[in-house]
Design a protein around this ligand. Structure first.
Ligand SMILES: [Zn+2]
Length: 180
């Protein structure tokens, strides 16, 4: 049987309007990836993936599999104001498809995949309050919810489409936040 060659996306494929939106996602899709299979099981048992599935269904997203992640595209949830939010091995993507989001932020799915690992090592739902604390710390240090957020830094800020902001002295951070 002859296989149809899948062309590797050239750098130019990242241009807006390109139809090769899945280009950079492909590199980590491997069904034989045992570590990620174990992660999938762990995130089901620690209840983070079930929570993600419930949110995706409540938000009436269109479910599809992308590698070891389940993505709910065009999800409608009022609390999400990011390009994507990962809960367990589930990625909630408001108002966009994976291809559309990846055209804007080429490594977004790799970034979200890192968050799925973070759920596993936080033993599931404890990730959520820990992420909240990390967000508060980042707001204090940088005025931005991601720049000094341990989880976002570890998942790679640039891959997640975030800008890296300079840290400010703690006292200045407190003063600015209290003024709001
Ligand atoms: Zn992130």
């Amino acid at each position: 049987m002859q296989r149809i060659p899948v062309p590797e996306p050239a750098p130019a494929a990242k241009e807006p309007g390109s139809s090769k939106g899945l280009g950079r996602i492909r590199h980590y899709i491997d069904p034989m990836d045992k570590a990620r299979t174990i992660r999938n099981v762990a995130n089901v048992l620690n209840l983070s993936t079930p929570l993600g599935l419930v949110l995706g269904l409540v938000g009436k997203g269109k479910a599809r599999r992308v590698g070891h992640l389940v993505v709910f595209e065009d999800v409608k949830l009022p609390l999400i104001n990011a390009s994507a939010m990962t809960v367990g091995d589930v990625v909630l993507m408001p108002g966009r498809t994976v291809e559309q989001a990846s055209r804007l932020i080429p490594d977004l799915m790799a970034h979200e995949d890192e968050h799925a690992w973070q759920y596993a090592y936080c033993l599931g739902l404890p990730f959520l309050p820990l992420y909240g604390l990390a967000t508060a710390w980042s707001m204090l240090r940088t005025g931005d919810r991601a720049s000094a957020n341990h989880f976002e830094v570890q998942a790679n800020l640039l891959k997640g489409g975030y800008r890296i902001r300079d840290k400010r002295p703690l006292r200045e951070g407190f003063r600015t936040l209290l003024k709001r």
